[in-house]
Ligand binder design. Structure first.
Ligand code: SF4
Ligand code: SF4
Length: 57
């Protein structure tokens, strides 16, 4: 998954939505860790379309 940090408003929706607890907010930026299962839930949840489905993070 790829995060567009310009679009991201740090709402935390992706953090709450991920069934595997992968996204975290660190230093005011969303970080998607290596244990992402590419399920697409966060992409669908993000209100600003900041997350796109690309395997190379
Ligand atoms: S794609 Fe799925 S596993 Fe990966 S961060 Fe998003 S919600 Fe979590
Ligand atoms: S859901 Fe989207 S806007 Fe909200 S913190 Fe996650 S990436 Fe940023």
């Amino acid at each position: 998954m790829k995060i567009d940090h310009e679009k991201c408003v740090r709402c935390g929706e992706c953090v709450d939505a991920c069934p595997f607890g992968v996204p975290v907010i660190e230093d005011d930026q969303v970080v998607i860790g290596a244990n992402c299962r590419f399920c697409g839930t966060c992409e669908m949840t993000c209100p600003t379309e900041a997350i796109t489905f690309e395997k190379d993070n």
